[in-house]
Design a protein. Structure first.
Length: 270
């Protein structure tokens, strides 16, 4: 059955439950597409290439999952794209390409190596024979403590009014996709970013988001989302975008095919 999710919610709790349900709907469909290597029966399962019929069924579930994640962001007054850009700067610093290229260790494994590398002692740096490609313009993104600095409106008395949280556009989705492609390529991580692994990773991040939502009181009316909560939303966003890119769903379809066509056409005419 298809997943029908409501994007708008005044409370983080029902919004998060909707997100969990929609993620489950994606997992339920994908689990039947998981196959073992025909050569090695002990190999790690992977997601086989989905055909057009399967993608047609999966796409609306991914669209619903996108809407549900936006719903959580709206309910917590978190700006997804601002949070994601800030989080990506953190992630790039945690995973320097010159140290972690071709490796899948957790970022803590690079802490000591990074200190030696930065001090000029590069003997412990992995000798992988590759130069480190640049992450591009995002290495210069300035960190900000708030999750929606340009969206918060103030009344004439100086008090903070409700934040206007922007919904990510097709352009935002393409920006996220392209940056993550560059990020993964610079670290030779495409080999690890199978649709199966990405979906499992997103499931873990939704669990961490649950911990952050659980810290909120039932009647909380957030005017500014905590940075830790924004980080988890950003992680969910990263894996959703990457999963849709690697599985063939297509990130530009997440906002709906009609809206995507209109927005893409408008962008091309500018």
């Amino acid at each position: 059955s298809s997943c029908s999710c409501t994007m708008m919610s005044s409370s983080p709790f029902p919004a998060f439950l909707t997100l969990s349900h929609c993620l489950g709907q994606v997992c339920e469909m994908v689990q039947w597409s998981e196959v073992l290597s025909q050569v090695d029966s002990n190999a790690t399962p992977h997601l086989k290439q989905l055909d057009d019929k399967q993608l047609k069924k999966l796409r609306p579930r991914c669209q619903a999952l996108f809407q549900a994640l936006v719903g959580v962001a709206i309910s917590t007054n978190a700006d997804i794209m601002h949070s994601w850009r800030r989080k990506m700067k953190k992630v790039m610093k945690k995973y320097p390409p010159e140290l972690c290229r071709g490796r899948s260790d957790k970022y803590t494994a690079y802490t000591e190596m990074r200190a030696k590398f930065d001090s000029g002692d590069k003997e412990d740096a992995p000798a992988n024979g590759h130069s480190a490609p640049s992450d591009g313009q995002y290495t210069s993104v300035k960190r900000q403590k708030t999750c929606h600095p340009e969206s918060v409106e103030r009344s004439s008395s100086g008090s903070t009014a409700a934040a206007v949280v922007p919904t990510p556009s097709v352009a935002d989705l393409l920006e996220s996709r392209d940056l993550y492609r560059t990020f993964a390529s610079a670290r030779d991580w495409d080999q690890f970013h199978t649709p199966r692994n990405l979906l499992l990773a997103m499931t873990g991040e939704v669990g961490e988001l649950a911990q952050e939502i659980g810290k909120l009181a039932a009647d909380d009316k957030l005017t500014e989302a905590p940075e830790s909560l924004c980080d988890e939303i950003a992680d969910c966003w990263s894996y959703l975008v990457r999963f849709c890119d690697k599985s063939g769903v297509g990130v530009e379809t997440l906002v709906g095919e009609t809206n995507a066509a209109v927005e893409t056409s408008g962008a091309a005419s500018n």
